[in-house]
Design a protein. Sequence first.
Lengths: 155, 155
Amino acid sequence: MVLNNLDQTDIDILKLLQKDASLTNKEICYKLNKSIGTIHQRIQRLKDEGFILRTVAILNRKKLNTSLIAFSQVLLNDHTADTLNTFEREVAKFPEVMECFQMTGTFDFLLRIATSDMDAYHAFYRNKLATLPNITTVQSFFVLSETKSITAYPL
Amino acid sequence: MVLNNLDQTDIDILKLLQKDASLTNKEICYKLNKSIGTIHQRIQRLKDEGFILRTVAILNRKKLNTSLIAFSQVLLNDHTADTLNTFEREVAKFPEVMECFQMTGTFDFLLRIATSDMDAYHAFYRNKLATLPNITTVQSFFVLSETKSITAYPL
DNA sequence: GTTGAAAGACCTAGTGA
DNA sequence: TCACTAGGTCTTTCAAC
């Protein structure tokens, strides 16, 4: 597949790095049968042109204090630009909110919320989320088990 | 906060790495006022003990061929172990499915599905997802805009 | 676009304090 | 935990193909 000025080598590099960014250039050049200079130059370009946004460590949330993940569907009173912007700006400030998407369909926003347990979620809901203006309803669903959870897009 | 045999230095390292794993040990030791030997030893331990699962590159999906993200709620016919296991095993094989969670509430599974556009989503739905056994309903919601999307847990 | 080499930076393990 | 050392590895640059 050729895409957006990327050739197969670029795609292959992205595939590898989005699964394991600890690979060295040397390891990648062996896998792809290119020279290390080529790999280095390609990766630099992929970063400079914004294909690679950042590299992050993925932590084990069950060993940390964030074992409860909730998905909350939020419906707002109205859909003026001001109401939408205010909600987006304020909800993004909460560290418990890992993701906030505006959605199509029967609700306005979908939030992914990470807390330690149901008490902590309740505190977040009552003291933070529910204090934001113009919220009509919040409906929450909780993760029972995680079958698959990757950050890699299909390329 | 002290947690799971982690002291403040460990927590600080995790906070940094889950936002930017390209930091060198040297940079981290400056930020935290510790020696580079200490930082190296701590990170090694955090990996060995499974607090750090892996490091990955986060790509810009809008510049790649995955600009449409759907969240799909799946309800199954029955909840026998066999039905649940089969669904989880089969749905995890699809590269379009980035996340699969079993959930509390009015549906059984929540999927995050990445495709290039609505046509590709439709093809995935008809040719892959809907062919799995024991599915009663699938209700899908699509991402209009992304206000916040981080992989870092609140620590 | 690709290569190979050279210089510099970094990682890693070890020591003694 | 720190400071220091030293060998090995990796990154980064650059001239040349």
